[in-house]
Design a protein around this ligand. Structure first.
Ligand SMILES: [Ca+2]
Ligand SMILES: [Ca+2]
Length: 226
């Protein structure tokens, strides 16, 4: 049932040291925003549970806008990694552990833009979310790339919005209760096109071997200089 996570796990075992946490099927059908209001903030997150070989979150991929959409490249967007300690799929209050303030790229192309957030290392079994935060205007609304075709993972894609005020991802309790929840609660079915790239934790044995190599090199240099 969780075939994308399984896929990521297999990659992390047999492939090079990179894999992804993914809910979408790679093909965008829609984009989500807030209609009928003036200026608004929208935050959207996907939740995952840390698997072995994929403990270090290194960057976030996100699709903004949709083909024919009008989201501007270059406007501010914030990407973040957050804790979900109670595994309910919701970013914990005060739980942001890595954040990158950047700008929109590759908008309206159904293409993932990669954002190199500061790395964060989880333990296997830890819940976490990755998210994006952006400010909409009366003309630019539909920012969050959305996959509506099966497979669909319910209770994993979450959204929150505020009208006329800013969202602090470290204080999601400040978002009015009716303005936040899983996407299903808003009558939508699908998952965000929002992925986490990951790497395994470097093994102590590898580090030790590297250290010994460096020591040997230093000793050779020391001998030469004598
Ligand atoms: Ca799709
Ligand atoms: Ca939580």
């Amino acid at each position: 049932m969780n075939r994308f996570l399984c896929f990521a796990f297999m990659l992390s075992v047999v492939g090079p040291a990179s894999a992804q946490y993914v809910l979408d099927d790679g093909t965008q059908e829609n984009a989500v925003g807030i209609g009928g209001v003036d200026v608004f903030d929208i935050m959207w997150t996907n939740s995952f549970v840390t698997i072995a070989g994929c403990e270090v979150i290194t960057s976030i991929d996100v699709v903004t806008g949709f083909a024919g959409g009008n989201i501007s490249n270059g406007r501010p967007i914030t990407l973040f990694i957050g804790l979900d300690a109670n595994l309910d799929g919701i970013l914990d209050q005060g739980g942001v552990v890595s954040q990158l303030n950047s700008s929109v790229a590759l908008a309206n192309t159904s293409t993932f833009a990669t954002y190199d957030v500061p790395d964060w290392t989880f333990n296997v079994g830890d819940g976490f979310v990755i998210g994006a935060l952006w400010t909409g205007t009366p003309t630019e609304r539909f920012v969050a790339g959305f996959d509506t075709t099966a497979p669909h993972f319910a209770g994993r894609s979450y959204a929150g919005f505020t009208i006329g005020s800013s969202i602090d991802p470290n204080n999601i309790n400040a978002i009015p209760a009716g303005n936040r929840g899983f996407i299903e609660g808003f009558g939508l079915v699908g998952n965000w096109m929002l992925r986490a790239n990951c790497e395994p934790v470097p093994e102590p044995g590898t580090l030790a071997a590297l250290g010994m190599g460096a020591l040997a090199l230093l000793r050779r240099r020391a001998k030469k200089s004598q």
